[in-house]
Design a protein around this ligand. Sequence first.
Ligand code: SAH
Ligand code: SF4
Length: 369
Amino acid sequence: MPQLAAWLVARGEPVYRARQVMAGIHHPEVTALADLTELPRALRSELASAFRFSTIAVTHVIEADGGLTAKAVHELEDGQRIESVLMRTPARGAAAARTTICISSQAGCAVGCPFCATGQAGFGRQLTPAEIVDQVLHWHRTPWLALGTEWRPGAHRGHYNVVFMGMGEPLNNASRVFEAVRLLNDPDRLGIGARHITVSTSGVVPGIDRMVDELPQVNLAISLHAAVDELRDELVPINRKWPIAAVIEAGRRFADRTGRRVSIEYVMIDDLNDTATLARALAGLARGWLSHVNLIPLNPTPGSRWSGSPRPRIDAFVEILREAGVPVTVRDTRGREIEAACGQLHAQLAGRALPGRLVAIGSAPVGAT
Ligand code: SAH
Ligand code: SF4
């Protein structure tokens, strides 16, 4: 914003223009700088030649679950591709309806988890703060988020959550991810509350400690996936640098200092990490501090040597954790039919041109991005 304000002032524009432009480009119905019709025409064209409207060049969206899940592959200006997903959960019983936008922090990922499509594809490059924020803005401009024309910055606080669970290891790009979080928080932009944002990490300990200092209100999820180092060295190779004890200690420091419950993510892989012995080991790690275990049945990548744990094994695992007093939930595998796990749609479309169209929602076709 200061950069934009300086640019406008240098052109003799009144100071309120910066806020007007900011509010304008975040409006769900604005898809180009030319749409900012409340601005003088000459200024609009000057803005358009000085600034890009979005860092995303092309977006291809497919939907599943009757429109409750929509997944986007975004092509950036240098041809790198990243993914973001929007998931809607309708109200059920006392639970209110909820929308989650899952975004990427890097093109690819260097951590190399063998069950993850992004990890298998390797590292592309870091995303800039703008490229991270533009994924959220993409969904703002689609009917899936259903913001309506009454939208104004901050008006939809709590309307949806943002999770860094797309491609990439956010804490291997911590400074840019933190800047993106501050931009998402900015009341002149989207005004998304920090408590509605979650950073998921494979266990970058110094990054977790930085979160305590720099983003204490943002939620932390730790992708543990194994409760013994020998197995975690294979499943989450960054474990060789920061083993389980160090990651759990960092999680505890985060919980103690912020008062926020840390989510321990655990992908359930058939006959690999889903035994009763490992459930007890996991209970030992999660017990006695402000944590919560979230079990995720593996969504196998094409050609995967592993499959997701069968339901009875998941239930038995849950029971052991519950008996040990550990809060536990099982995540539903939404969007399986559209390859919604990390990096999978990207892998499927690799080497092919993106059609760059938005698909129809129900029977109502929507415009191209
Ligand atoms: N790099 C970060 C965030 C992105 S991955 C991390 O690992 O936490 C987001 C989540 O998706 C992680 O918990 C990851 O382990 C999980 N995931 C990756 N591939 C998956 C798959 N095939 N099935 C289920 N979950 C998967
Ligand atoms: Fe990277 Fe996360 Fe995938 Fe592991 S699970 S390879 S850390 S994106």
